[in-house]
Design a protein around this ligand. Structure first.
Ligand code: ITT
Length: 193
């Protein structure tokens, strides 16, 4: 089954395709002739996931899904949260975001944080939401070069290495996005029967 995923992030695409396996073939906005940036202007992850999915559906007429993810840091009152992509600058500058996060946590002993992903699936005109969360902590310097975004600073509970020190398969065993995607896959399988 082919399914359209509203992302321009190649790392996400790889992670999600690995979770879904060969039963589902992911199609990208680019594959459908949509090359502009997909808007995400809402104040919540749910709102942004929904906005991205609705935008792509309006542009293509196809069933599709979108995810939005935020890093929620306890000592920062849940920031950067929905602003995770543009924490330090207007663009998706992962290095600048990580530097700002470390600066804002300097001297802070509470390093608790979680990643939260919300997926919006638009199927036959109906919307379905799925959520995935992983708890962990923020370390005080970057470690590892895999993954993307805040991965070099985040160690999930029960592990002693960051997401950026894991393979895609290892990250997918516990990650926020993989948990949400497994719920999506279970739902898609359940309606196929
Ligand atoms: P699309 O909107 O095109 O899918 P994006 O990079 O903007 O890609 P999100 O809005 O979902 O993705 O994520 C916002 C930011 O949160 C993203 O730029 C990263 O900095 C961070 N982020 C998201 N998922 C992450 C992950 O699995 N590991 C580390 N950081 C992540």
């Amino acid at each position: 089954m082919k399914i359209l995923f509203a992302t321009n992030n190649a790392h996400k695409l790889k992670e999600v395709q690995a979770v879904l396996g060969p039963t589902f073939e992911l199609v990208t906005p680019h594959d459908c002739g949509v090359d502009e940036e997909i808007p995400e202007e809402q104040p919540t992850l749910e709102g942004n996931a929904s906005q991205k999915a609705h935008y792509l559906h309006a542009r293509t007429g196809l069933d599709c899904f979108a995810d939005d993810t935020g890093l929620e840091v306890e000592a920062l009152g849940g920031a950067p949260g929905v602003h995770s992509a543009r924490y330090a600058t207007d663009g998706h500058d992962f290095a600048a975001n990580n530097r700002l996060l470390l600066r804002n946590l300097e001297g802070q002993t509470n390093r608790r944080a979680r990643f939260r992903t919300v997926i919006s699936l638009l199927l036959g005109g109906e919307e379905h939401l799925f959520e995935g969360v992983v708890q962990g902590r923020i370390i005080d310097h970057e470690q590892g070069s895999e993954g993307f975004g805040y991965d070099p600073l985040f160690i999930p509970d029960g592990y002693d290495r960051t997401f950026a020190q894991m393979t895609t398969e290892q990250k997918n065993a516990v990650s926020h996005r993989a948990r949400a995607v497994r719920k999506l896959a279970d739902y898609l399988h359940s309606i196929e029967k």
